[in-house]
Design a protein around this ligand. Structure first.
Ligand SMILES: NC(=O)c1ccc[n+]([C@@H]2O[C@H](COP(=O)([O-])OP(=O)(O)OC[C@H]3O[C@@H](n4cnc5c(N)ncnc54)[C@H](OP(=O)(O)O)[C@@H]3O)[C@@H](O)[C@H]2O)c1
Length: 314
């Protein structure tokens, strides 16, 4: 089962500061959105906090430049993280008042009446599911949100929310990539001593599969570490994997990005990679990912996986 690509807007909107959005920032965003649409992407992933709200603002301005565009895109945003408030660098707030306030801010910046999906960005230890249920019900009945989901949550957190919140949870967005592999390792290393230190909540992938929850992968391009970026701290396994990805891409007449994303999409959970590059050339390079996933054999998938983990599976 293949998912689809989602465009992650975190790179759009200029600096992470209160400096106002510029026309150049909007031009950059428009180019990115155009190329994303061109390669068949229709989902755009946002959050209230991206670029201090300017990412949503930039997307809103792009939409306002082309009145027909809103009907051709689906917008997902997130709330729940508060940055630089109350003397704290960051904290989480999933109270009813905070959810409502943040969604209203998002709608205003985006210049739309409704977002298609709203995600709770991170679990808040102080969250009261009754408050979340009330916020969701109000937003749903006012037509401001089409559907709800979560991000960075475990199966048991989702199950708990589902037992109280009437609205179905349709998405869980988690960090998953060829570099951040604990979501695979958690399953592979069941009943194996090496599995002891894995932080990924076991059963979360299967829970989402069983309950029709779309799994979205943030960080899906692994910040380009296998597809052209060469950070100074790159490990030997990362270097070797980048070489394998490049060789495979050459043999299959495709791009390294399509191999890296195709590896994620080859998984039967129908993972939807959220791509965060703002570079038009790199966005276009992602366009062949679903085709590569469909063509990727099991042994090819394992060769990428074992190269990235730096040793064979047990
Ligand atoms: N739910 C959450 O908690 C959460 C957290 C983080 C992100 N997200 C979402 O997921 C999306 C993607 O996440 P991400 O941006 O962390 O991951 P990503 O897509 O793996 O990485 C994108 C970053 O890597 C850089 N990059 C990619 N290929 C490169 C190359 N070949 N050479 C140099 N740089 C390269 C990009 O720079 P260029 O723009 O220059 O290409 C960009 O800064 C975000 O936009 C956001 O929508 C969600």
């Amino acid at each position: 089962m293949n998912g689809e690509l989602v465009y992650g807007c975190m790179g759009l909107g200029g600096a992470w500061s209160d400096a106002p959005l510029t026309t150049e920032d909007v031009d950059i965003a428009e180019r990115a959105v155009r190329v994303a649409l061109d390669i068949g992407i229709t989902w755009f992933d946002q959050a209230d906090i991206y670029r201090n709200g300017k990412s949503e603002e930039a997307l809103g301005q792009v939409l306002s430049r082309d009145p027909g565009l809103r009907d051709r895109v689906r917008i997902q945003t997130k709330c729940g993280i508060r940055l630089g408030e109350n003397g704290l660098e960051a904290y989480y707030d999933l109270s009813k008042a905070s959810i409502l306030e943040r969604v209203h801010g998002s709608l205003e910046r985006l210049g739309v009446d409704r977002v298609d999906v709203l995600l709770l960005h991170r679990p808040d230890p102080l969250m009261e599911p009754d408050e979340i249920a009330a916020a969701f019900a109000e937003l749903r009945s006012a037509g401001k949100v089409g559907a709800f989901g979560v991000s960075n949550m475990s199966a048991s957190q989702m199950e708990y929310l589902r037992s109280i919140v009437d609205e179905p949870l349709v998405v869980n967005q988690l960090e998953m990539s060829l570099r951040k592999r604990d979501w695979v390792e958690a399953g592979v290393l069941v009943n194996h001593p090496e599995g002891a230190g894995i932080s990924f909540p076991e059963g979360t992938i299967e829970y989402c599969q069983a309950h029709d929850v779309r799994l979205q992968a943030w960080g899906a391009l692994a910040q380009g570490v296998y597809s052209g970026a060469a950070p100074a701290d790159r490990s030997l396994a990362e270097e070797r994997t980048a070489v394998l990805v490049s060789t495979m891409a050459g043999e299959k007449n495709t791009t390294p990005e399509a191999i890296v994303l195709g590896w994620l999409m080859r998984h039967p959970a129908g993972i939807e990679p959220v791509i965060g590059t703002a570079d038009p050339v790199r966005i276009r390079a992602c366009g062949d990912a679903a085709r590569q996933a469909a063509a990727m054999t099991g042994p090819e998938w394992y060769s990428l996986y074992t190269a990235a983990r730096g040793r064979p599976v047990p």
